[in-house]
Design a protein around this ligand. Structure first.
Ligand code: PGA
Length: 253
């Protein structure tokens, strides 16, 4: 895993598509997009079951594969789970950790911290999702974001923080068609950098890529990328449509 400052666009397919044939088609479209825009780092976080098959198509591409979650333990009695080493052996380079849809299934801050450590140890790039359920007018949600970041990174060695990506994903913006405004995104990016500076140092804060997720589309990507000053996107719904995903990648190139 080498640190890069390239813009980063991650496709989070979630529990889609229904068949391997469709998965290969979407993957192929994303691969073409990655080739067309080499200045952008493109990751496809596919359902775990498809990863080995997609890995076979990984020729002549800078696109990498990601997983949508993992277990923090090395091995053991964890029915249905996958370890970091298993993901690495399937050719996976990164893993989404703490997505709000996983948090809703019981993933808590402490286990997210352990997952980040396990991912880094296995040389997987952790993509740590943080985000508020709602915005109160007093701005109390900022404290919640700070606490999510603190616990998620609590076990990570400082020397490895440059390999961590933070995805700001306001929960109310995921899959709803309501994005945060560019000012909100810009402010949150600065706030996250401030938290990292307070916790570690300015140079560490400058090296952690901060991306945005939540209803990113081909239509709003240019505005959100430029106005939001983020380092890229975590894209759900729109990443399943290669033509639209390509435009989102283009917006960051
Ligand atoms: P969305 O999902 O783009 O469909 O809103 C984003 C995410 O959950 O990562």
């Amino acid at each position: 895993m080498t640190h890069t400052t390239k813009p980063l666009v991650i496709a989070n397919w979630k529990m889609n598509p229904a068949t391997l044939v469709e998965a290969k088609n979407i993957y192929t479209g994303s691969k073409l997009a990655a080739k067309k825009y080499p200045t952008v780092q493109v990751v496809v976080a596919a359902p775990a079951l498809y990863l080995l098959e997609l890995q076979k198509l990984q020729k002549n591409t800078a696109l990498t594969l990601g997983a949508q979650t993992m277990h923090e333990a090395v091995s053991g009695a964890h029915t249905g789970e996958l370890s970091a080493a298993m993901l690495v052996s399937a050719g996976v380079a990164s893993v989404i950790v703490g997505h709000s849809e996983r948090r809703m299934l019981g993933e808590d801050d402490t286990s997210i911290g352990r997952k980040v450590l396990a991912a880094l140890k296995a040389k997987l790039m952790p993509i740590v999702c943080v985000g508020e359920r709602e915005r109160d007018t007093q701005g109390n949600f900022y404290a919640a974001i700070e606490s999510q970041i603190k616990t998620a990174l609590a076990l990570a060695p400082q020397s490895r923080l440059k390999d961590v990506v933070i995805a700001y994903e306001p929960i109310w913006a995921i899959g709803t068609g309501k994005t945060a405004t560019v000012d909100d995104i810009c402010e949150m990016k600065l706030f996250i950098q401030k938290c990292l500076t307070k916790q570690y140092s300015r140079s560490i804060a400058a090296r952690v890529r901060i991306i945005y997720g939540g209803s990113v589309t081909a239509e709003n990507a240019v505005l959100l990328f430029e106005g939001g000053t983020v380092d890229g996107f975590l894209v759900g719904g729109a990443s399943l449509k290669p033509e639209e995903f390509t435009k989102i990648i283009a917006a960051t190139s």
